[in-house]
Design a protein around this ligand. Sequence first.
Ligand code: GLY
Length: 569
Amino acid sequence: MMMLFIRPVILFTGICFAAGSVSAQSETPFHYSSRKSVVCTNGAVVSAHPLASRAGLSMLKQGGNAIDAAVATQLALAVVFPGAGNLGGGGFMVARLSNGKNISLDFREEAPGGATQNMYLDAQGDPVPGESLNGHLACGVPGSVAGIFASLKYARLPIKKLIQPAIDLAEHGFAITAAEASSLNESSEEFKKYNTVMPVFVKASAWKAGDTLMQKDLAKTLRLIRDYGAKGFYEGETAKRIVEEMQRGNGLISYNDLKNYTAKQREPMIFPYKKEYSIVTMPLPSSGGVLLPQLMRMMEGRDLRAEGFHSVASIHLMTEAERLAYADRAKYLGDPDFFKSPVEKLISYQYLQERMAGFNPDSAGNSEQVKAGIIPESEETTHLDTYDKEGNAVSITTTLNNWYGCKTVVGGAGFFLNDEMDDFSMKPGVPNMFGAIGGKANAIRPGKRMLSSMTPTIVLKNDKPFLVVGTPGGTTIITSVFQTLINVLEFKLSPDDAVNKPKFHHQWKPDVLYMEKGFPDTVIGKLREMGYRIEPRSAIGRTELIQISPTGSMEAVADGRGDDAAEGY
Ligand code: GLY
């Protein structure tokens, strides 16, 4: 029953937030704290918001397992973290069950039946700016609620219990954090522009930390889900509200699109790394399921540790691997139910060795010269991890795509819709919001799921859960997961350092090496001399990590880049 807080807690109150400490018993939705790291033995939850992590923890304490904790956390995030937590978006789950089974669940959004390949192009064949990002036409058919119900077969507690914290938070409200207040204020004009019924997120005066956010319409939708299951969302009153919202704003989602939506159980991508590790991650339509094995395998035979953590040599090597992997992403990857991607070839050791053959240890590569390999083709997402003492591990990444998705709230139903259609390739070679380009493999088709970078991942060590990890961050997701794994497996960093030390990102195009604050000037200077164009980036990802020791104790670390919080007991 050991529990130790090893980093300071942040206290949120109805008035302000400040460093301090508060006993767990005295916490309420209006006065709560955020623990950045917890070491414990019974179970742990780490997510983007303290109240969501607490919802998950309460399920563990009531006898639930890691899946129960994950479902309660995900539902609570839809209330307390409206920019990315969601009912109107989609995501992926990777789980390792205590019986040794590995699972992956695809509840990614899909293109509505009325979608067409060129739907975002004007008469000249050029993309109409913003059309795939804002308002009703930008959203795909939501998958999150179907995903939750598909995962319940591994859970122990009834949905009635799992959803109650979310209902209470929506019905009675909670104090928002400073970060939430500022992002609601920043989006206020867009909310006014893209809504047909003004949502609770718009108010006369500016939001400030500690203000109460109450979401009565959302509470009503959650109660329908509680009482009618997935049908409480995909049929009946909620479906009617979604379709009517679409009709008011020229969107495409129909009753049939909603009724026919299903979450898909897929074979997880599992690959060995060195002798003792096995990495379980999300397969296509997550590009992470191809790029993570590519990146890890491009590192596997090299002595990264000898190069040194954040040394010029190790950053250069990892960056060039990222450049090559993202070039393949643009050409070869898409929804496997619509496009046959040559996955086996792309992750084969021989192919990757050939790809790295041009690596020059002394100078930066050039994305104009690097093409995809030849084969006979906002980062505003959120991640949560849970682990329980029985050995169940769950890693879920879920998204609305942009912050607050397409900015449209379903009138009377209280939840934001996604703008995930932007993750398709509108037109070959035209970048999406993340600068990612694509082609035929990721072209729009009715019912097709757009390519994603979400990479929920579990690392097994000697066939036992060792790391549960993931992050939001659009295309930077894959590099953040990659670097976090390398930080632990190769550089032997502590979980806290593996998450919080600065990260870097390269995605082939644009040919830019993005770096967070905190790298020594000498390292940046040397990389520039080698030919890298370097641009600063404020935050790369918000990585959540649980590391499990051979004795079963666990250390959960919440990323310091946001309000993220770890809980455990
Ligand atoms: N919307 C970001 C992703 O799925 O990669």
